[in-house]
Ligand binder design. Structure first.
Ligand code: 5AD
Ligand code: SF4
Length: 450
C-alpha cells in the first residue's frame, strides 16, 4: 500500500520549527511519507502560534484557503498543532468545521492515533500539557543542511504578564544533556556546521547537576568546527558562569539575544520581568568585559497598558545605550488568560503604531552605525550558498549572525569557513571580499590567527 503523505506548515518561533521536525520524526517512523507539496498531501498540518493576535489571524486566513482545497478533496485530514491548538482547543473544531484534529505541543506522540481516527471520520483533540514530555528519544526529521535547531528545554515558568506561552506550552522541563550531545554528534557526522540550542528560556536549562553553561560547554566540545548558538535568554538567569563559558569556547558564538521588552522600570514591573533597567545595563557591561566583541539583539514591545510617552522615551534611551545589533519589535497585543489581559488596553492603536515606527527607525539607524564600525575589519564567516539576489555572489554569516555577501569564487562553497574583509555595509547586510579560505583549521586556531 502506498504511504500516506504528510505536509506540515510552520508558523511562529524557532521552537515551532524544531517541533515540526519532531512531529515529522514521529510520523515518518510510523510509516508516513513527508511531502513539501500541499497538493500531494493526504494530511495537512499547521503548526501554529498564538503569541500575538495577528499571528492567529494569519492562520485563520490560511484555514480559509485550505477549506477550498478540502471542498475539492474531502478525504484530506486537516490538523492544527501548537499554541493555537492549546489555547482554543474544542472551539477550534466547533468553529472551524474543516479542522479534523487539534493537538497541543505535549501530545505529538499521539498524532498517528489521531490521524488514523480522522481517516475514519472521527475528530480528535489532544491538548493535555505535561510536566515531563521533552521528546528526548525522538529523532527529529531533518533534510541535510548546514544548520539545525535543537530544542533543549520546553515551556516557561516566568509568567511575564503579557505572554501566553506559559499557558500554551506549560511548565519548564529540560532534555537530558546526553541525548542533546548525541544529537549534535550525529548532526556533525552528517555534515551540519551550526546548531542553535532552543528554549523559551534556555538559561533555566537544568539536567540533574548540569546547568545551561555545562550544556553549552559539552555541546561546544563535540566538534570544534561546528558553531553553536542559543536562544532565548532571560536577563534574570544570565550567570557569570555562562558568560565565562562563552568566552572560553571559540565555537560558541559571541552573540546573545537578551529581550529587554521596555526601558521603563515601571512598565518592567507591570510586565513582571523581575529586573530593573539598571540591572539589565550592568549585565550588558559585564558581558562586554567578559566576552570581548560580544553583540546583543533584543525584543521590544510598544504600547503595554499605561505606557506613557516618558516610558516610551526610556525604551528609546536603552536602545541608544546598548546599541543592539538587531531587534524584534512588536505592538502590544492583549492575550486572553494572561494577567495583562485584565489591565485596560489603554494605549490607542494609533499611538502604539507611532511609537513602534519610532522604535523601528531608531533601530535601523543603530544597526547601520554598528555595521559601519565593521568596515575595513576582517570577519570569519560560514558560507551558506548563493546570495538571494544573484548567483554571482555567495552569502555567509558572521559569528554575530550578520549576513555577508561576497563575489563567488570557484574554490569556495557551502559549509566552508572563510575570512572576508568588510568593504560596505547597510543596516541589514555586510559586503566583503575574500581574504582566505580557512576551512581545514580548527575554529580555535582560526580565531587566534585573525
Ligand atoms: N504582545 C506583543 N508582543 C508579545 N511578545 C510576547 N507576548 C506578546 C504580546 N502579548 C513578544 C515579546 C517576546 C517575543 C517572543 O514576543 O517581546 O519576547
Ligand atoms: Fe513569555 Fe516571558 Fe516566558 Fe518569554 S520569558 S516565553 S516572554 S513568559
Amino acid at each position: 500500500m502506498q504511504k500516506s503523505k504528510v505536509y506540515i506548515e510552520t508558523y511562529g518561533c524557532q521552537m515551532n520549527l524544531a517541533d515540526s521536525e519532531v512531529v515529522m520524526g514521529i510520523l515518518n517512523s510510523q510509516g508516513y511519507a513527508i511531502t513539501q507539496e500541499v497538493k500531494d498531501a493526504d494530511v495537512i498540518l499547521l503548526n501554529t502560534c498564538s503569541i500575538r493576535d495577528n499571528a492567529e489571524q494569519r492562520i485563520y486566513g490560511r484555514l480559509g484557503n485550505l477549506k477550498a482545497l478540502k471542498d475539492k478533496k474531502p478525504q484530506i485530514v486537516l490538523g492544527i498543532l501548537g499554541c493555537m491548538a492549546e489555547r482554543l482547543r474544542k472551539d477550534l473544531i466547533e468553529e472551524k468545521k474543516v479542522v479534523d484534529l487539534v493537538v497541543g505541543p505535549d501530545e505529538y506522540r499521539r498524532l498517528p492515533e489521531f490521524i488514523d481516527a480522522a481517516f475514519g471520520g472521527e475528530k480528535g483533540i489532544g491538548v493535555k500539557l505535561s510536566r515531563s514530555e521533552t521528546y528526548d528519544d525522538i529523532l527529529p526529521f531533518r533534510e541535510d543542511g548546514l544548520h539545525a535547531w535543537i530544542s533543549v528545554m520546553r515551556g516557561c515558568d516566568k509568567f511575564c504578564t503579557f505572554c501566553v506561552v506559559p499557558f500554551t506550552r506549560g511548565r519548564e522541563r529540560s532534555r537530558s544533556l546526553e541525548s542533546i550531545v548525541n544529537e549534535v554528534k550525529m548532526l556533525g557526522a552528517r555534515g551540519f556546521r551550526e546548531v542553535t540550542l532552543l528554549g523559551q528560556n534556555v538559561n533555566s536549562y537544568l539536567d540533574e547537576q548540569n546547568d545551561f553553561a555545562d550544556l553549552l560547554a559539552a555541546v561546544a566540545g563535540v566538534n570544534k568546527k561546528m558553531r553553536v548558538r542559543f536562544s532565548t535568554s532571560h536577563p534574570q538567569d544570565l550567570s557569570n558562569k555562562l558568560l565565562y563559558t562563552i568566552a572560553k569556547n571559540e565555537n560558541l558564538c559571541n552573540h546573545i539575544h537578551l529581550p529587554v521588552q521596555s526601558g521603563s522600570n515601571r512598565i518592567l514591573e507591570l510586565m513582571n520581568r523581575t529586573y530593573s533597567i539598571e540591572h539589565y545595563l550592568t549585565l550588558i557591561d559585564k558581558a562586554r568585559k567578559i566576552i570581548p566583541g560580544v553583540s546583543f539583539s533584543t525584543d521590544i514591545i510598544s504600547g503595554f497598558p499605561t505606557e506613557t510617552y516618558e516610558d516610551h522615551l526610556a525604551t528609546l534611551d536603552v536602545m541608544q545605550k546598548v546599541k543592539y545589533d538587531g531587534a524584534y519589535m512588536f505592538k502590544y497585543s492583549p492575550r486572553e488568560g494572561t494577567k495583562a489581559f485584565k489591565m485596560e488596553d489603554d494605549v490607542t492603536e494609533e499611538t502604539k503604531s507611532k511609537r513602534l515606527q519610532e522604535i523601528i527607525a531608531l533601530q535601523q539607524q543603530i544597526s547601520f552605525d554598528v555595521n559601519q564600525r565593521l568596515l575595513e575589519k576582517k570577519e570569519i564567516i560560514l558560507v551558506e550558498g548563493a546570495s538571494k539576489k544573484s548567483d554571482d555572489f555567495l552569502s555567509g554569516r558572521t559569528d554575530s549572525n550578520k549576513v555577508v555577501i561576497f563575489p563567488r569564487q570557484a574554490n569556495i562553497g557551502e559549509g566552508d569557513y572563510i575570512e572576508v574583509l568588510i568593504d560596505r555595509a547597510t543596516s541589514a547586510t555586510l559586503f566583503g571580499s575574500v581574504v582566505s579560505v580557512i576551512d581545514k583549521k580548527e575554529l580555535s586556531e582560526i580565531r587566534l590567527a585573525v
